[in-house]
Design a protein around this ligand. Structure first.
Ligand code: GAP
Length: 494
């Protein structure tokens, strides 16, 4: 996808078959129920079915990650008890915390830590003219083909349909001619369901920022250069969603538009490339798994001067999870034209200096960022001869920061552990109390959940008031005074 969400270099990514309804097809997908394994809910290909889409580089890692997410309550399939909804996912108790931590880290870095960026929370439903001005009504399309034999629908530019063979039923020469399919979800505003009442679920959050440019400028008293940031849901009726939470029909974006004087845009582009990569690294993502991809001339949107994706090497190849785009003055100019309202910036010092600002956009997916955080953190190793699955999440992203275990359910240890758990909660530190099973089992559960530290209250606690804190990654153990545990954790998880 290029700036503005207009389809530019959409890759085929149907590694995992969908279950449930496919809105593009408008009917339940054939064999939908068996796409999910009843035991562990790892999406699988139907038995005997040919691979759908490009072969993955490492299907098994993705399967394991999806299985772990289900098992530990990170991500569930939407409406699972009804067989699931096509490529829509729900975040469970741990997943919602992880994603919230990703969004908080972004908001802190982009809004709270800077004087030159203001926050915004624009509505999902906007005036339909917005999407005419932005070019989405006309151009936010993918080429769609249908197999006349099995009625499955595909994107015509998908690699695995290029040879003319249906990846679903295997028949050749059964595809219809491509037609352009608009990816925006339509609905109706008010009680009348006709063309005049049509509104769209926004396919990107950016337009809410453009149409509020003057509002924010005048109320915040910012001067150019400055930015507006927001986090919110976006919707795209993707023809080929897939790869778990990588490409979905409902997702969240974290977007920032930085308004600059024309002529300074290239400098700001460099600034934002650096800043955004540094932020991704601050989440603990391995450097060797990250790279920039510069859009070539054939990938660039007609209004984009330049664009860079930040890509991560997922098990199914290098994939974009954030784009940094020089959108020039395209959007503000179009909104000025379509709304009839002046969207110029007047320099407060030299009032003869007026211009429509250029925009450097940073556009990240919250779900994709959560996915790369999970994929990067997934490890398997061996501890004391036992295989261990561990999520080495950065402590600031981990849903639970410290798990508290009383070694035994007697001698006052549960009471001490419960008090520590309560103290942590009071300080807003997510903590988990667990007194069931062996200590080894309790460690394993927390390792899979990504909890960076576990504190065990044992016999020695009664003697000298210390607890053992064990580090998830190094397995190192240290004795810490129980009274100092809250501070010990606070300094390590922010
Ligand atoms: N405003 C610019 C824009 O929307 P984009 O490249 O289309 O650009 C930006 O989208 C980011 O939004 C992507 O890098 C990705 O992280 C996320 N995104 C886009 N489509 C998505 C989808 N179908 N599912 C999940 N995330 C998506």
């Amino acid at each position: 996808m290029g700036p503005g969400g207009l389809p530019l270099h959409r890759s085929s990514d149907r590694e995992f078959p969908e279950s449930g309804l496919d809105p593009a097809a408008g009917h339940p997908l054939p064999s939908a129920p068996h796409f999910f394994d009843a035991d562990d809910h790892v999406p699988r290909r139907a038995p005997g079915e040919p691979p759908i889409g490009r072969m993955t580089h490492d299907d098994s890692l993705m399967d394991k990650l999806v299985s772990l997410c289900k098992r530990r309550g990170y991500v569930f399939q939407s409406s699972e008890i009804y067989g699931g909804t096509g490529s829509v996912w729900d975040y469970g108790p741990l997943g919602v915390e992880l994603k919230r931590n990703v969004k908080d880290a972004w908001w802190n870095a982009m809004v709270r830590a800077r004087d030159d960026i203001e926050g915004l929370d624009a509505a999902i439903l906007m005036h339909p003219r917005v999407w005419e001005a932005s070019g989405h009504v006309e151009g936010f399309t993918d080429p769609l083909i249908e197999c006349r034999n099995c009625h499955r629908r595909f994107r015509a530019d998908q690699e695995d349909v290029q040879e003319g063979q249906c990846p679903s039923c295997g028949k050749r020469g059964t595809f219809t001619e491509p037609r352009q399919f608009n990816l925006m979800f339509k609905t109706f505003m008010g009680p009348v369901e006709d063309e005049a009442a049509t509104v769209y679920l926004r396919p990107e959050t950016a337009q809410g920022i453009f149409v509020n440019f003057q509002n924010v400028l005048t109320t915040s008293r910012q001067r150019i250069p400055f930015g507006i940031a927001q986090i919110g849901k976006a919707f795209r009726n993707e023809i080929t969603p897939g790869n778990f939470i990588f490409r979905t029909r409902e997702f969240e974006q974290m977007e920032m538009q930085f308004f600059v004087e024309p002529g300074t845009d290239e400098e700001w582009m460099e600034h934002w490339k650096e800043q955004r990569m540094a932020w991704v690294r601050s989440l603990g993502i391995r450097a060797e798994k990250l790279r920039f991809h510069e859009h070539g001339p054939d990938e660039l949107a007609h209004y984009a001067k330049s664009a860079f994706d930040i890509e991560y090497e997922l098990p199914f190849g290098w994939q974009e999870f954030e784009g940094i785009h020089n959108r020039t003055d395209f959007d503000l100019r179009r909104h000025q034209e379509y709304s009839g309202k002046k969207l110029e910036y007047v320099d407060p010092v030299d009032r003869d200096k007026r211009y429509i600002p250029y925009v450097i956009e940073t556009s990240a997916g919250a779900d994709r960022t959560a996915l790369i955080v999970l994929a990067d953190a997934y490890r398997e190793d061996e501890v004391e001869g036992e295989r261990r699955v561990v999520l080495s999440l950065h402590p600031k992203l981990a849903p639970i920061k410290l798990a508290v275990f009383p070694l035994v359910k007697k001698d006052g240890l549960p009471e001490l552990a419960a008090r520590l758990h309560g103290d942590l909660r009071e300080r807003g530190i997510p903590s988990f109390y667990d007194d069931s099973g062996s200590i080894g089992k309790r460690y394993r559960r927390q390792d899979e959940a990504g909890t960076p530290f576990c504190a065990t209250i044992d016999g020695q606690t009664n003697e000298d008031g210390t607890v053992t804190i064990r580090d998830r990654d190094t397995l190192a153990q240290e004795r810490v005074a129980i009274e100092g545990v809250v501070e010990w954790v606070v300094t390590r998880v922010v």
